[in-house]
Design a protein around this ligand. Structure first.
Ligand code: PAF
Length: 285
């Protein structure tokens, strides 16, 4: 596996692959890779001849008060995980390589980006859509792999790809969890021992509501009240949102019908964690 830092070099390597008729999978990441990312890379290597993992903590998707500076970084560890799971290139550019200092072009989607995470992170998805567009233009993959843990991001990227006519297949991948149900996240590393235990409340609240849904409850005000009530039993938890929206349109629902997403964002101490499940055709996706 090769570490590549420049756009020019990735382009040259991908061109050679394509000239030889090889298919290319892209796994966009911000690094600090864990088993969730590993599962994406493995899937990409099963479905493509070559795999590029991008490893870039994207400054434009962080607001000034967020954790851009402290976001965990460990390129040596990332290289080991990427290689073990079948990556051919890890693309690790600098911010200067990715962005002109006076860049004025951004990809901004309305509507779908304004719900859920978009309410408390109003500039986040503009940064995500811009960097993902740039990565798509640089790597020109046949397929790109995104985890369902960031379900709104997944829905946004699928819509962006359709609306902007990228000829790229977006492959959704399931949430990978710790042994006790906590969704894998690079931000779990911020949690103290006590907070790590408290963080289980996200998955617990979702499981209780899932059970209510399978027992026939459809009224989203009842279901959301349950999410809130369960999360409030944990003193270290502060709710950002607990929502039920259509999937992949991300429109708030009065009744949990059709394909829908039950999603929570919760601060555990100062760490903001997200988790969710999706119901598609009456069963969990
Ligand atoms: O999901 C992430 O890690 C990031 O939002 C992404 C897609 C790599 C863009 O920076």
């Amino acid at each position: 596996m090769k570490i590549v830092n420049t756009i020019e070099e990735v382009r040259a390597i991908v061109k050679e692959w394509k000239d030889n008729g090889l298919s290319v999978g892209l796994v966009p990441t911000m690094g600090y890779l864990h088993e969730g990312h590993a599962s994406l890379i493995k899937k990409a290597s099963q479905e493509n001849d070559r795999v590029v993992v991008s490893d870039f903590v994207n400054p434009t998707q962080f607001a000034p008060n967020e954790d851009f500076e402290s976001y965990p970084r460990d390129i040596a560890h990332d290289c080991a995980i990427a290689e073990e799971n079948g990556a051919d290139i890890i693309f690790n550019p600098s911010a200067e390589e990715m962005y002109d200092s006076n860049a004025t072009t951004f990809v901004n989607m309305t509507g779908i980006t304004e719900e859920l995470c978009g309410k408390t992170r109003p500039t986040h998805f503009k940064g995500v859509c811009t960097v993902v567009t740039k990565l798509f233009n640089i790597v020109t993959p046949d397929r790109a792999y995104f985890g369902q843990k960031d379900a709104q991001q997944l829905a946004i990227i699928m819509k962006m790809v359709k609306e902007l006519n990228f000829g790229i297949e977006i492959v959704p991948c399931p949430i990978i969890r710790e042994f006790d149900g906590l969704a894998k996240s690079s931000r779990n590393t911020y949690l103290s021992t006590e907070e790590r235990k408290a963080a289980l409340i996200l998955n617990k609240s979702l499981n209780e509501v899932k059970k209510m849904i399978f027992d026939g409850e459809k009224d989203t005000s009842v279901l959301k009240a349950k999410l809130t009530q369960v999360i409030h039993t944990e003193p270290l938890a502060k709710i950002d949102y607990a929502e039920i929206v259509s999937f992949p349109d991300i429109v708030p629902l009065t009744y949990a019908k059709g394909d829908f997403l039950v999603a929570v964002a919760v601060y555990i101490g100062r760490t903001r964690l997200i988790d969710n499940f999706i119901i598609e055709n009456g069963t969990e996706k």
